[in-house]
Each structure stands twice: as structure tokens, then as C-alpha cells.
Write a protein that binds this ligand. Structure first.
Ligand code: KG4
Ligand code: ZN
Length: 328
């Protein structure tokens, strides 16, 4: 079964073709234009998707030397995301569905991220497993009982982890998105750099996260020093910030694993590219931690096509209904 995936929920335009769940092609265009504004501008994103989606789709078909006549299923992200951006992808998918009579299914963006774990080198994690979703728009931990059965054990009560990376990155002078730049800057600092930031402990009953206090702590720290401080101590600030985010993620994942008795944890979403997070998860949660390759952690259409394939083989297709609301 050949499935075509389409992802346009935020600032990545992505198209992929899978054959029985395996990637034949997966091309992603990242809209660099937003870096000059310090964050994603929704209307600019929609227009860039409009300009890019069709040529990208044609290039993906060309690279596999196949035609729409060979496609058995279209899977498109229909939420959550930016309303205008989602509209471009879902309209394109519905156009192909009607004109070529190809079945179509809507996919929740977070179901897509969770399905990216199925491309892990160690193979798809058997059910049940925990999924730590850490991206620019979402931070949550799910108990995945089976395909399509997601129980949210906790989520951020304010900023997402990637959002905190991006906002702190802006404070220390990096363009959007700043996650990778912070990781690289932090790597220049020694472990004993004398800077430390608090890790939020919530008194909610579940496994929630909070990153906005950490972000404010970084701001006050920088503002309390002389103007040249930031230039001299940027690596140390990045290191201490990154360590605090990682501690929050890893300790919460550990607590969720202990409570549920489930050791297998998939870490997905853009922040899962972070090598120190990967190392800390492996060290403290053991080899049962599953990570997709970095290019499949950030937004991509292969994960959407894979979720579509999993839905198709279980007879769980559903019509796309554009839904920007975030909860899975
Ligand atoms: O999954 P994604 O592409 O988009 C959303 O669904 O939000 O994630 C993008 C986020 C950005 O906030 C970016 O700064 C962060 O992932 N990110 C990282 C790294 N690479 C990307 N954060 C920390 N370390 C990284 N190496
Ligand atoms: Zn995403």
C-alpha cells in the first residue's frame, strides 16, 4: 500500500510517500523567512505553504518515479496547528482525493509525532509504551495503550519545551528556531560553570511540566548582570538552561515510568533531536528508550503518512476535519 503524507501545520511544508509503512521519499521545506520576525507569523506561513506545496509534491513523485495513480491513501495533518496553514494542506489533500478518487484520512499532528517512533532503528516499539512528545508547540507524556489509544498522563501548563528553547535563544541572541544553537553553545561550557536555574516542581497530581518560570529565571539572571556578562557567559547560561529543561523532562518520564510500570519510552518531536536529552534518557531510563532519527523528530510528512498507513490497516480512516485545537 502506497500512502502519501502531507504536513503543513506550522512552518514546515512536507510531503512523503511510503510503501507499506516504509519511507520511499520524505521531503521537507523549512520556511526560513520566520527567523527575521523571531517566531512564526501565521499568515506568512500559509502563503509559503501555498507557494511550496504543489512543487514539493511534484518533486517527491518524480523522485520515486511514480504517479498519483499508484497512490492508495492520502494522509493529511488536520490539527492542531495554525488554521490557515492547516487549510492549505487539507484543501490540497481533498482536491487530490476528489479529482483522483484516492481515499483520504485526517491525522492528528501528535499522533503523527508518536508514529515517528515506528521508524526508530530498533523497529516499532511494541504496545504499550510511553510517548514523551517534546516539540515547539507541545510538551506532554502519553500512555500509548495501542494504536489510536492515547492517555495523556501530563502536559505543560504553560510553555512547550521547544518554545522555551526558542524564547531563551532570543534572549541570548540566536535566531528562531534556537534549539539547535542553544545545544551547540551549551556544549562549549564546562559542567561546573557556576550558573544554575531551578527545575519547576508542580503540585498537580499527574506528570505535568512548566517551563515559563525557568524562562523568567534566565531573563532575570541576564538582566541582573552588567551588559558584557552575556557575551562572556553565553555558553554557561545555555548549558544551565538546557540542563534544567532536560532534568524536568527526564525526571518526569522516570516518575511516569515508575507509576505505570512501563519501561519503554519513545521520545519524539523537535526537542528529541537534542543529544544531551538523548544521552540523559538513555542513562537514566535505560536502553528501552526509543528515538527516531533527528530528521524524523522535527515536523515531517513521513510520520503523517505512517499514521495514515496504521489507520488504513486497522480500518480506522476518518475524513479530515480541520481542527486547530491542541488536545489529543
Ligand atoms: O516538532 P517540531 O519540528 O515542531 C512542532 O511541532 O512544534 O519542533 C520544533 C522545535 C523548536 O522549538 C526547536 O527549537 C526545537 O524543536 N529543537 C530543539 C533542537 N532541535 C530542534 N530543541 C533542543 N535541541 C535541539 N537540538
Ligand atoms: Zn510537530
Amino acid at each position: 500500500m502506497k500512502s502519501l503524507g502531507i504536513e503543513t501545520s506550522c512552518d514546515e511544508t512536507s510531503v512523503a510517500i511510503l510503501d507499506d509503512g516504509q519511507i520511499l521519499a520524505n521531503r521537507t521545506y523549512t520556511q526560513e523567512i520566520h527567523s527575521r520576525y523571531g517566531g512564526v507569523v501565521p499568515e506568512v506561513a500559509s502563503r509559503a505553504h501555498l507557494a511550496k506545496l504543489q512543487p514539493l509534491c511534484e518533486s517527491v513523485f518524480d523522485s520515486c518515479a511514480i504517479d498519483t495513480a499508484n497512490i492508495d491513501l492520502i494522509a493529511v495533518t488536520d490539527g492542531p496547528g495554525l488554521a490557515g496553514a492547516l487549510l492549505v494542506g487539507t484543501s490540497f489533500a481533498l482536491g487530490l482525493h476528489v479529482s483522483r478518487a484516492i481515499p483520504v484520512t485526517g491525522i492528528h499532528h501528535l499522533e503523527g509525532h508518536i508514529c515517528s517512533a515506528m521508524f526508530a532503528e530498533s523497529g516499532p516499539p511494541p504496545y504499550p509504551f510511553l510517548a514523551l512528545v517534546v516539540s515547539g508547540g507541545h510538551t506532554a507524556i502519553y500512555l500509548v495503550e495501542d494504536f489510536g489509544e492515547y492517555r495523556c498522563l501530563g502536559r505543560t501548563v504553560d510553555d512547550a519545551a521547544g518554545e522555551a528553547f526558542d524564547k531563551v535563544g532570543k534572549m541570548v541572541g540566536f535566531p528562531y528556531p534556537a534549539g539547535r544553537a542553544i545545544e551547540e553553545e551549551a556544549a562549549k561550557a564546562g559542567s561546573e560553570n557556576g550558573i544554575g536555574f531551578p527545575v519547576a516542581r508542580l503540585d498537580t497530581p499527574g506528570f505535568d511540566f512548566s517551563f515559563s518560570g525557568l524562562k523568567t529565571a534566565v531573563r532575570y539572571h541576564i538582566e541582573s548582570k552588567e551588559p558584557t556578562y552575556l557575551e562572556k557567559h553565553r555558553p554557561g547560561i545555555c548549558r544551565a538552561f538546557q540542563d534544567a529543561v532536560i532534568e524536568a523532562l527526564v525526571s518526569t518520564a522516570q516518575a511516569a515510568s515508575a507509576k505505570t510500570g512501563i519501561q519503554r519510552i519513545a521520545v519524539v518531536g523537535g526537542v528529541a533531536c537534542n543529544r544531551r536529552l538523548r544521552a540523559a534518557m538513555n542513562q537514566r531510563l535505560g536502553s528501552a528508550t526509543v528515538f527516531p532519527a533527528p530528521r524524523l523528530c522535527t515536523d515531517n510528512a513521513a510520520m503523517i503518512a505512517r499514521a495514515g498507513y496504521e489507520r488504513a490497516v486497522r480500518g480506522m480512516l476518518r475524513p479530515p476535519h480541520m481542527n486547530p485545537a491542541a488536545r489529543l
